[in-house]
Design a protein around this ligand. Structure first.
Ligand SMILES: [Zn+2]
Length: 329
């Protein structure tokens, strides 16, 4: 059962989220395995993608935002692209593009940061955009302060949160072929007391980075969580073992119908818009060459087939509209 648990440390400026994905994660792997074209992920890619899915779910549950959160790694190694996308209702999907040889013990940098040019992008794409509104995107490198290659996705994302939100964050992530799980501990921003306080509060907030003793104590406890424990122990056991001396206020967990689950946002309409974006000439040349246009979704494995009549329909219906630049994903 997939689940999300949010909690606060009573009276302290620290909050936490624990995510454990089972069915939502194994469904992603099952669909990949049943796609004859792509095939199963090599183990290190599977585990990296699982950590990305857990991290994206943690981040989505930690913000008030009505839109999709997309965590991407743009790699310069054998994995060119890895994507995890989580909707506000915790429908999620993920995929990775593997183009080269991968050894069974490949590290994060061997997968996506061979030449230290890999990047990690976090995109917040609002559901109800006003005309011309662009999604918000933040990008961080896969190296640390001294250009050293980072070997943990959690470290990359901790850097991102510190840069983008000026908030200390501790992440522990783990994944195997059955579970993708993560723990996030974050220092809460100081609350503004009034409109005049705005700039003072933000300065005070930055002054707190790295020195809040309560956060530091809880972060050390969180960091002691081992990969094996995160993958095998249930949520109650993990929280008790780590924080038995702290007072936690728990929120209603997201389980059952509210729990994260696999869900793909692709559809025939989106593929139609993509074909429209190709332009009539390009679409007709594909038809001439192959007889029809077939587009597969990398996230869920759905195949969309458009015969010559379907394609003519796409261009007739929207006859005098300019070509759209919409893409399938
Ligand atoms: Zn799909």
């Amino acid at each position: 059962m997939s689940e999300i648990h949010k909690f606060l440390f009573d009276g302290l400026p620290v909050r936490g989220v624990l995510v454990r994905l089972t069915g939502a994660w194994t469904e992603i792997l099952r669909r990949r395995a049943s796609s004859s074209a792509a095939g199963v992920y090599p183990l290190p890619v599977q585990n990296m993608l699982g950590e990305m899915v857990a991290a994206a779910t943690l981040m989505q549950s930690n913000i008030k935002f009505n839109g999709s959160l997309i965590l991407q790694i743009l790699g310069d190694g054998p994995v060119k692209l890895a994507v995890a996308e989580v909707q506000p209702d915790f429908g999620l999907r993920a995929t990775a593009t593997v183009t080269g040889e991968i050894t069974p013990d490949a590290s994060l940098s061997m997968l996506v940061n061979a030449g230290n040019q890999g990047k990690c992008a976090i995109t917040l794409d609002p559901k109800d955009k006003f005309p011309g509104q662009q999604p918000y995107q933040g990008v961080v490198p896969l190296f640390g302060d001294k250009h050293e290659k980072l070997e943990k996705l959690s470290e990359v994302l901790e850097h991102y949160m510190l840069q983008s939100e000026q908030l200390d964050t501790t992440l522990v992530l783990a994944a195997d072929d059955k579970v993708a799980a993560g723990l996030l501990i974050q220092r809460l921003p100081l609350q503004g007391a009034g409109n005049l306080a705005g700039s003072l509060v933000s300065q005070a907030n930055e002054d707190e980075i790295g020195i809040n003793e309560h956060y530091n104590r809880i972060a050390i406890l969180a960091s002691s969580l081992k990969r094996e424990e995160l993958l095998t122990l249930d949520v109650e056991t993990i929280l008790r073992r780590l924080f038995w001396e702290e007072k936690l206020s728990r929120f209603e967990p997201l389980v059952g119908d509210a729990a994260p689950r696999f869900s793909c946002t692709c559809g025939r309409d989106r593929v139609s818009r993509m074909i429209l974006g190709l332009g009539m000439e390009e679409a007709q040349s594909i038809i001439a060459e192959r007889g029809d246009i077939e587009v597969g979704c990398e996230f869920c494995g759905a195949q969309y087939r458009f015969d010559p009549i379907d394609v003519a329909q796409i261009f007739r219906v929207t006859g005098d509209l300019p070509p759209s630049s919409a893409v399938v994903q």
